[in-house]
Write a protein that binds this ligand. Structure first.
Ligand SMILES: Nc1ncnc2c1ncn2[C@@H]1O[C@H](COP(=O)(O)OP(=O)(O)OP(=O)(O)O)[C@@H](O)[C@H]1O
Ligand SMILES: [Mg+2]
Length: 261
């Protein structure tokens, strides 16, 4: 099956900074590709390329088998690639349903008589949220009154509702407590089960492991490893993340230095 997204030996530099080098991965429909790495590893750079915010300057970026180079986030969105950023682009004082439809409001009438169909917008928002199992008391409440986890869930439901094929989430669980992170991961799994290809960015292997189908580990812009879930268990993934191999090499070096002296 042709992957929804494929990157082959992709690279990106900002001036003299090599942010990404020779990175390859795939995103399949109905699967979760998890991108892991420490601060500055290049995670956001990779997803900004996929989202049309930046352009790669090396390698290939394919969407449904065809090479692309997006010049704006709008182009990526038109190809069904929706991105939820960590600092969600919401308007805190606006209601949940207003935020849900931001930029895509359903209208009634035509031309100068066109008006926002509030009733329909409210009902659609309610239905889209409840279809995902999200139960908000009132879609009229300001988004600012929602918890961080609830906001992430609304953003996920929004992408699903507007027909995204690929859902990219940049550290959706970073600022959340254990319980809220669990809820967000549940909706990530639900988007996957609805057939979306998901790219989940995190630096927490415990959040990544239960929902992911494959892992891409980044370190200082390069791929430290790329694994299918069957090829790596949680302790090993955690060890890789913590730089386990490097620690062992250092230990070995220290031991040798000890016996030599
Ligand atoms: N717009 C930019 N201009 C110059 N350098 C940048 C820019 N964006 C990122 N970088 C650099 O590229 C490298 C990768 O950054 P990136 O934001 O992709 O990392 P990250 O893995 O998302 O880190 P974090 O976990 O902190 O979000 C870093 O060294 C960063 O300083
Ligand atoms: Mg980042």
């Amino acid at each position: 099956m042709t992957p929804l997204i494929e990157v082959q030996k992709i690279g990106k530099t900002y001036g003299s900074v090599i942010a990404l080098r020779d990175v390859s991965t795939v995103v399949h429909a109905g699967q979760v590709t998890c991108v892991l790495g420490d601060n500055g590893a290049g995670k956001s750079t990779l997803i900004k390329i996929l989202a049309g915010v930046h352009q790669h300057d090396r390698g290939e970026f394919l969407v449904e088998g065809a090479p692309v180079r997006f010049s704006s986030p709008r182009e990526a969105l038109d190809r069904g690639i929706a991105t939820v950023y960590q600092d969600l682009a919401v308007v805190p004082l606006m209601s949940v349903w207003r935020n849900f439809f931001l930029g895509s409001e359903p209208t009634v009438g035509w031309g100068p008589f066109r008006a926002l169909d509030r009733r329909k917008a409210r009902e659609t928002t309610k239905k889209a949220l409840s279809d995902m199992g999200i139960d908000l008391r009132d879609v009229e409440q300001p988004v600012g009154t929602l918890s961080g986890g609830e906001r992430q869930c609304v953003a996920i439901a929004r992408a699903v509702h507007f027909g995204a094929k690929v859902l990219i989430l940049d550290e959706p669980t970073a600022a959340l407590g254990v319980k809220q992170a669990g809820v967000v991961l549940k909706y990530v799994a639900q988007a996957r089960d609805r057939g979306l290809g998901v790219v989940l960015i995190t630096h927490n292997p415990h959040h990544a492991y239960p929902v992911a189908d494959r892992f891409l580990l980044l370190k200082r812009g390069a791929a430290l490893g790329s694994y299918e879930k069957a090829d790596i268990d949680l302790p090993e993934l955690t060890r890789q993340m913590a730089g386990g191999a490097e620690l062992e090499a250092l230990e070995h070096e220290l031991r040798q230095a000890g016996t030599a002296g």
